[in-house]
Design a binder for this molecule. Sequence first.
Ligand code: NI
Length: 389
Amino acid sequence: MSILPNLAVAHDEMIRWRRDLHAHPEIAFEERRTSDLVARELERFGITVTRGLAKTGVVGTLTTGRGDRAIALRADMDALPLQEANTFSHASQHQGKMHACGHDGHTAMLLGAAKHLATTRNFDGTVHFIFQPAEENEGGARVMIEEGLFERFPVGAVYGMHNVPGMPAGSFAAKAGPMMAAFDVFEIVVTGRGSHAALPHQGIDSVVVAAHIVTALQSIASRNVDPLDAVVVSVTQVHAGDAWNIIPDQAVLRGTCRTFTPALHASMEKRIERVARGLCEAMGATMTLRYEKRYPPTVNSDLETAAAVRAAEALVGAEGVNKRPVPMMGSEDFAFMLQARPGCYIWIGNGDGEGSCMLHNPRYDFNDAILPLGASYWVRLVEQELARA
Ligand code: NI
């Protein structure tokens, strides 16, 4: 593995940032301290700083030479509402909040790259360093775009990176096409007619109807959709009734759908509606469906993925970059940036040492050993894509 020499030197500083952020996690749109730290450091490197997009977002802009090419590099800054179970000295000092997805590491790596690029300036063009809030659930990337991110900071391509526990430290993975799934949520309210539980014939049992719906929804994945086009429908909440002997008027089902392809993604609401409404009609109940598309699928473009793979291979060799990773059913709001601009979302191995349990686990920790490699990747990518003539 070849790390850029200056970044090996900067390792200690990146560890300091990373552990400081880990100890002070902030959740969606509340990343004030984090945002202050990022802005202060960028300014110290001599990088132009713009604040306030999506409340706590920070964009650093660095231009060198006369070239008009521009690319954006993005890191997410937010933590999760989770109580940390680790006891090391940099464990969370904020009750019920934790950097359990490694966004502390992502922020530190992009800061390290920004510092290096501001010093060496071995490129021609403009780099925008995007530090975005609220990746988890709240779609901070979407909000930044709605507030004019790419109009104010026009770029030809945008790049993102996420750590993956269990994937070897010193490795990367990326492919063109879908990397992460679309994330939708739904709520079905079934209305029957309440009655005494001993006299079911006088009512319409919302619980029985809801139970049929839960089961029948699984036929979407197993019977309606091409088995090679991945889909998950999970009912995750069932709410009805308060008593032993009352058939409740209403039952509420909630859940989530995950898909990769745009056509299937677009069809899910109709499929769920058809199953649920059909069963309600068959049993004399009525229903309402609330369906929300939260995150689109994260889809990498061809050219930019080839560029990202080239930059990664320059550091870890061809064998260190998995060019055919299996996409994950999880989701990522970088998807909104990839809808707006071509680009590539790459995975970096977090290794399988201590703290390498899966993301969102209360014992997770970002692996500080990979900080220089991640920062080197950003620098390589910039020097390659904005190469001097
Ligand atoms: Ni994450």
